[in-house]
Ligand binder design. Structure first.
Ligand code: PLP
Length: 421
C-alpha cells in the first residue's frame, strides 16, 4: 500500500523556499533513479530491454539526462521533444518517434536523427517515403480495436484515433517489406494509468501472438516489440503500485511460450512509460494564501491549475499533505483552489484536511508527470520553477519560474501602442 509520505522535511522545503518562492515543483532524484533501476531489473531477463521515457510526461533536459544515464531512451512525438533529446545526447535508436497526425518536418527530423520511427497509420508509409524516404527500421502501431478492453483515460481502443487495424497491419508490413525495409518493430499503447499488472501481460500475449502470425504470413521477423507505456501510479492512499517484478516475470513467461516457443527468434522488449518514471517523485509545493467560508470552506493556494491541471482536466485525485500537520486529525472538509477565474481550478473538492491556517505549506503529491508539463498561461498565470533535490539533501533549480516578460515575449507592444485610441 502506498502511504503517501513526503520525502522532504518541512525545514528542508522552507530552506528551498528562500531561494525559490512557492509555488514550485520539486523532484526527488534518488527516487527517480531507484525506480528506473527497479524497472530495468524486472526486465533484465530480456537482452536489449529498454524503456523509452515518454518525454511529454516531464520535458526537462536534466531529468532526461538522469533517466538516460540509467539506460532509458526518449519517446517523442513533436519537434521540440526530438530536439531536446538530441541536445541531451539521446539520439539514434535511443529515440522512439511515436507521433500521430504527423507533419512532414517531424518525419524528416526523426529520420535525420536515426530515431526509430513508429508509424501511426498505413497511409503514413507513402507519406514518410515521399517526405523523408523509408528508413531501414520501421515500427507500426497496432490498434487492437474490439480485441482489447480499454481503460478510462485512453478509452476503448476502437474509439481511439491511434494505430493500424489488424488488417492494415498485415498490408502495411507487406508494403514496407516490398519497399525495402529490412528491420521491423511492433508497437501498441492501449492503456493509460493502468494499475493492474495482468493488463500488461495480456497486452504482451496479444502482441507476441500477432508477431508470430505476421512472421508466418509475411516471412519477416521482429527486432523488437514495444508494449507502450501506461503503467499507472497509486495517486490515492491505499492504492497499490504496479508490481513491476510480476509484470516482468509474466511477460517473460509469455515471451518463452508464445514467441520463442512458436518459432520467432529472440527480440527486444521495449516500454515507453512516462508517468511511472517521474510521476510519484514530483511534488508541487504551495502555501495557503486565503481561507474563505461561504456555502463551503475554501483554501486558496498560491498555486493554480497552471501548475497542475490534472484535477481540473480529469477530475483526478492528487493527495495533499499539510506540512507540520501530518498527524493532526482531518476534521474539516475543504475545496482546495487556485486563483484562476475558472470554477474548476481546484486541486481537491470536498477533501478532509486538518484545520488550515493562512500560510500553511501544502504539498501536492504525484505531480512529477503531466504536472508542470501541462501548464499553461491562461488568465496570465505563470508557470513555476522546477527544482531537483539531490541525495545529499541539497537542491538545484532545473527550470526557472516564468516572469511577466516571458508572458509578453511573443507580443508587439510598440505596434499595438501605435494604433489610434
Ligand atoms: C503518453 C504516451 C506514452 C506514455 O504514457 P504514460 O502513461 O506516461 O506511461 C507512451 N507512448 C505514447 C505513444 C504516448 O502517447
Amino acid at each position: 500500500m502506498s502511504e503517501k509520505s513526503v520525502p522532504f522535511s518541512k525545514q528542508q522545503l522552507e530552506s528551498f523556499e528562500k531561494q525559490w518562492p512557492t509555488p514550485f515543483h520539486i523532484y526527488d532524484e534518488e527516487g527517480i533513479k531507484e525506480n528506473a533501476r527497479r524497472l530495468n531489473r524486472a526486465f533484465a531477463w530480456n537482452r536489449g530491454f529498454r524503456n523509452y521515457f515518454a518525454v511529454k510526461a516531464c520535458p526537462n533536459p536534466v531529468l532526461l539526462r538522469i533517466v538516460a544515464a540509467e539506460g532509458f531512451g526518449g519517446d517523442c512525438s513533436s519537434l521540440p521533444e526530438l530536439e531536446m533529446c538530441e541536445r541531451m545526447g539521446v539520439t539514434g535508436e535511443s529515440v522512439m518517434f511515436t507521433s500521430n497526425d504527423t507533419p512532414a518536418e517531424e518525419f524528416v527530423k526523426a529520420k535525420a536523427m536515426g530515431a526509430v520511427i513508429n508509424l501511426d497509420d498505413i497511409r503514413h508509409i507513402d507519406f514518410l517515403e515521399r517526405v523523408a524516404g523509408l528508413p531501414e527500421l520501421v515500427c507500426c502501431r497496432y490498434n487492437p480495436g474490439p480485441l482489447k478492453g480499454g481503460n478510462a483515460i485512453i478509452g476503448k481502443p476502437e474509439e481511439a484515433k491511434y494505430g493500424f487495424t489488424r488488417e492494415q497491419l498485415f498490408e502495411g508490413y507487406r508494403k514496407l517489406r516490398d519497399g525495402g525495409v529490412k528491420r521491423f518493430g511492433l508497437h501498441t499503447m492501449v492503456a493509460s494509468n493502468e494499475l493492474n499488472p495482468q493488463y500488461f501481460i495480456d497486452t504482451a500475449v496479444l502482441l507476441f501472438d500477432l508477431a508470430v502470425e505476421i512472421q508466418k504470413k509475411l516471412g519477416i521477423t521482429f527486432e523488437f516489440i514495444n508494449l507502450g507505456g501506461g503503467i499507472g501510479i497509486p495517486y490515492r492512499p491505499g492504492q497499490e503500485a504496479v508490481d513491476l517484478e510480476r509484470v516482468g516475470a509474466g511477460v517473460a513467461e509469455a515471451y518463452r511460450e508464445r514467441l520463442i516457443g512458436q518459432g520467432h527468434p529472440d527480440l527486444k522488449i521495449y516500454l515507453e512509460c512516462g508517468r511511472m518514471v517521474t510521476g510519484p517523485y514530483g511534488f508541487l509545493v504551495s502555501r495557503v494564501r486565503h481561507l474563505k467560508e461561504t456555502y463551503k470552506s475554501y483554501a486558496g493556494l498560491d498555486a493554480c491549475m497552471a501548475n497542475l491541471m490534472r484535477p481540473a482536466l480529469y477530475g483526478a485525485y492528487h493527495h495533499i499533505t499539510v506540512m507540520g500537520k501530518e498527524s493532526e486529525p482531518h476534521t474539516v472538509i475543504y475545496d482546495v483552489t487556485g486563483s484562476l477565474c475558472e470554477n474548476n481550478d481546484k486541486f481537491a473538492v470536498d477533501r478532509e484536511l486538518p484545520v488550515l491556517e493562512v500560510g500553511d505549506m501544502v504539498v501536492i503529491h504525484d505531480a512529477g508527470a503531466h504536472g508542470h508539463a501541462m501548464g499553461f498561461q491562461y488568465n496570465g498565470k505563470l508557470r513555476s520553477a522546477e527544482i531537483l533535490s539531490r541525495a545529499d539533501g541539497s537542491a538545484v533549480e532545473i527550470r526557472r519560474a516564468e516572469t511577466i516578460d516571458d508572458y509578453f515575449a511573443t507580443l508587439d507592444f510598440a505596434a499595438a501602442a501605435a494604433l489610434p485610441l
